[in-house]
Design a protein around this ligand. Structure first.
Ligand code: SF4
Length: 267
């Protein structure tokens, strides 16, 4: 049995934040293994499986912080934010709460799809920043239900209706986080095959944002070409234009931001 409150840690590395509100900021990334979702555009598929019990990847929060310190040895004395990413970090709520206990006054950022509302509500107060990745059901293959020991895979959103039901509460939690003095931002990945201009699903997301999350910065992230020197798909750019117009009509604050770390060729 892994120690209580531990989680499988895939990698720790110092880099630049490539997305969202803190883009360009030097941060230290802590990538946890395991994700029940199956985004078709996922570029971290290696993070999906959970390491078997007994594997050295399983660490306690304190061991993870030691690895953070190790990753920062070459960076000199700094006060970088620690960005917890995955995989889907929310499947390890005990680890996240324990991490906050040992992180001192380091800013903690959480990158999540927010698929588990109970876990999100529980852990969010210990984070300084929430980067909430809103999902479109049509961009997802059926979720994996077999390996998730923390919740047995129960209650995983799958259909458009599931995500539509989840989203108002996700946005409410994100705005409540602002009121507590934290920061929250929203990310929507725009792909060429599924996110067509005028998509009814995007309309539903934008409507929810207008109603519940107008103050949340909205980052539209075009799916980046694998080759950073390649041009963006024109269909994606057309979709972005439509989305930006629709967001502005609703009084939202859309910002188009490709993944910067791909352009730089860093992790
Ligand atoms: S939630 Fe993140 S890690 Fe999981 S499949 Fe989607 S993009 Fe990949």
């Amino acid at each position: 049995m892994p120690p209580p409150g531990s989680a499988p840690l895939l990698e720790v590395f110092a880099s630049y934040q490539g997305e969202g509100l803190f883009v360009g900021e030097p941060q230290t990334f802590l990538r946890l293994g395991g994700c029940p979702l199956r985004c078709r555009y996922c570029d971290t598929k290696h993070s999906w499986p959970v390491a078997p019990e007994g594997d050295e990847a399983w660490v306690t929060p304190f061991q993870a912080i030691l690895q953070v310190a190790g990753a920062e040895l070459d960076e000199g004395p700094q006060h970088r934010a620690i960005s917890v990413t995955g995989g889907e970090p929310l499947i390890w709520p005990e680890f996240l709460l324990g991490l906050a206990d040992v992180a001192g006054d380091r800013p903690l950022h959480l990158e999540t799809a927010g698929h588990d509302l109970a876990a999100l509500e529980r852990v969010l107060p210990v984070f300084d920043h929430l980067s909430l990745d809103l999902k479109l059901a049509q961009d997802l293959a059926p979720p994996a239900r077999d390996f998730l020991k923390p919740n047995g895979g129960a209650g995983l959103p799958e259909t458009e209706s599931d995500w539509d039901t989840l989203r108002p509460r996700q946005l409410t939690l994100a705005t409540e986080h602002l009121k507590r003095g934290g920061t929250s931002s929203i990310k929507l990945v725009v792909t060429n095959t599924t996110s067509t201009p005028g998509s009814s699903t995007f309309e539903a997301i934008l409507d929810d944002l207008e109603r519940l999350g107008k103050e949340l910065p909205l980052f539209l992230a075009p799916e980046s070409p694998r080759d950073p020197r390649a041009a963006f798909d024109p269909d994606i750019l057309a979709c972005l234009d439509g989305l930006v117009a629709a967001a502005l009509e609703r009084g939202l604050s859309p910002r188009v931001l490709p993944q910067m770390h791909r352009s730089l060729g860093v992790r």
